[in-house]
Design a protein around this ligand. Structure first.
Ligand SMILES: Nc1ncnc2c1ncn2[C@@H]1O[C@H](COP(=O)(O)OP(=O)(O)OP(=O)(O)O)[C@@H](O)[C@H]1O
Length: 446
């Protein structure tokens, strides 16, 4: 007989997400939106385990745990605690929770915790259906795991935060999520928060009334409403001005926005995916990003590793970029491929795409040799290949130093090639100018 699990969370999109992941793994799942509903279900149903959020209106998850313990001392209880609140976690364990998960919830971890508790073995991981990758290269275990997570969260309406360096594929993953969501027939509207002047961002996002400000000749709907029934992709969310963040928080919490110049709220219906290459936790600590909004966005986070940490993706990506839309394929020699695999790719997949565009333009030969590669990449030839993120290594600090050294060389070569022009060097590396400045600071390059 299947084991049955009760999932308790007042927020339906997260409750449904956890429930679906557990159902897909073969469990029977019941759902409750409050502690009171959970207690009522408990009276009639035979359960093997409870998974509950802590913060809920009315009685909290901890109150529920206390009540369950009084009647069913043996029933395993797993709590999802808000934002690594240590005190809550300690209370949970004292009250007899078998374990607690801190947000952001890692769905693999949730499944593993439930399986461990119930002593149930793992089934094979859900496979992404063949043919659904549509041009996305994912040869490395790290990237396959990213896409598995994306595939799992796609059908829910959960807000997803994508983190990763510039050019690592955050927008590609956002599109993948949208394509596998129930909103796939409606638009995904991408908005780069860093590219819009801060003064205009409110009206771009929330829309404005006619005459709301000088120049507002016509009424504008704004991106939230353009993404109606679809997905709104907020790229570079870390660049969202502080004064706009409360309105965004309100939109995500209540599903309502107020267009600029209007005194009426409008209901919105869109799924939100946000992305950042900043460390938002540092931004919160330094007062640039609101903590409440961060917590709100950080419930389900998918981290896309930099390309240098998944070298298995480099050869198939390089081949795909080199031969896109070509009838006669060009081949990469072993030495050229080795140089590509050894390069640290500070601009990630975008930099690799640019490098292969350079090769396509400048070489007509059938076989690409290292000398056909851009100078910054050529310099990497003969260097040790970086290890993949999961590789076991006792020499991690040495590896890290080598990688940094590689990065310094690539950035310096790009600057040299562009005679110190940072905008052009950033383009060559496939990163934004701001990203380059950040890298120069981190790597200590003057
Ligand atoms: N796994 C992949 N397979 C194929 N192409 C990819 C993959 N990842 C990224 N790309 C390509 O690399 C380029 C950069 O990807 P993308 O725009 O998704 O990165 P990003 O992380 O959103 O960058 P930024 O932070 O600068 O917005 C795009 O042209 C994209 O199509």
């Amino acid at each position: 007989m299947n084991r049955s699990i009760l999932v308790v969370d007042d927020e339906i999109r997260y409750r449904e997400l956890y429930a679906r992941v557990l159902r897909d793994a073969g469990f029977d799942v019941l759902e409750a939106g409050s502690a009171a509903d959970a207690l009522e279900l408990l009276e009639h149903e035979t359960l093997d385990m409870i998974v509950s959020d802590v913060r809920m209106p009315g009685e909290s998850g901890l109150d529920l745990l206390r009540r369950v313990r009084a009647g069913k001392p043996e029933l395993p209880f797993l709590l999802v605690t808000a934002y690594a609140d240590v005190r809550e976690a300690v209370d949970a364990l004292k009250l007899g929770a078998v374990d607690y998960l801190a947000k952001p919830v890692d769905l693999d971890e949730l499944l593993a915790a439930v399986r461990d508790t119930l002593g149930v073995g793992a089934d094979a991981d859900p496979e992404i259906p063949a043919g659904s990758l549509e041009g996305i290269v994912a040869a490395s275990p790290a990237m396959r795991s990213v896409l598995r997570d994306a595939y799992r969260v796609a059908p829910s309406d959960a807000t997803v935060l994508l983190t990763g360096e510039s050019g690592s594929g955050k927008e590609v993953v956002a599109q993948f999520i949208h394509r596998h969501s129930t909103r796939r027939d409606k638009p995904m509207v991408p908005v780069n928060c860093a590219a819009i002047a801060p003064a205009l961002l409110a009206s771009e996002l929330f829309g404005h009334e006619r005459g709301a400000f000088t120049g507002a000749v016509n009424k504008r709907n704004g991106y939230f409403r353009e993404a109606h029934e679809g997905t709104l992709f907020l790229d570079e969310i870390g660049d969202m001005p502080l004064e706009l963040q409360p309105s965004l928080l309100r939109a995500t919490e209540t599903g309502r926005i107020t267009p600029v110049g209007s005194d009426k709220e409008t209901l919105i219906d869109c799924r939100l995916i946000a992305a950042t290459n900043h460390d938002l936790e540092t931004d919160v600590a330094e007062g640039r990003f609101r903590q409440d909004l961060y917590y709100r966005l950080n419930v389900i986070t998918i981290d896309i590793p930099p390309l240098r940490e998944r070298p298995e993706d480099i050869p198939p990506l390089a081949r795909a970029f080199l031969n896109k839309d070509k009838t006669e394929a060009q081949r990469l020699s072993r030495a050229a491929m080795q140089a590509l695999v050894s390069h640290p790719w500070p601009g990630n997949v975008r930099e690799l795409a640019n490098a292969m565009a350079h090769v396509r333009l400048l070489s007509q030969t059938d076989v690409i040799l290292p000398e056909h590669l851009p100078p910054a990449v050529r310099k990497s030839a003969g260097k040790a290949a970086p290890a993949s993120r999961n590789a076991e290594s006792q020499e991690a600090p040495v590896q890290a130093r080598t990688l940094e050294q590689h990065e310094i060389e690539a950035v310096t070569a790009a600057l040299k090639q562009t005679k110190g022009n940072r905008t052009h060097a950033a383009q060559l590396l496939g990163i934004t100018r701001r990203g380059l400045i950040y890298k120069l600071k981190r790597l200590g390059i003057e």
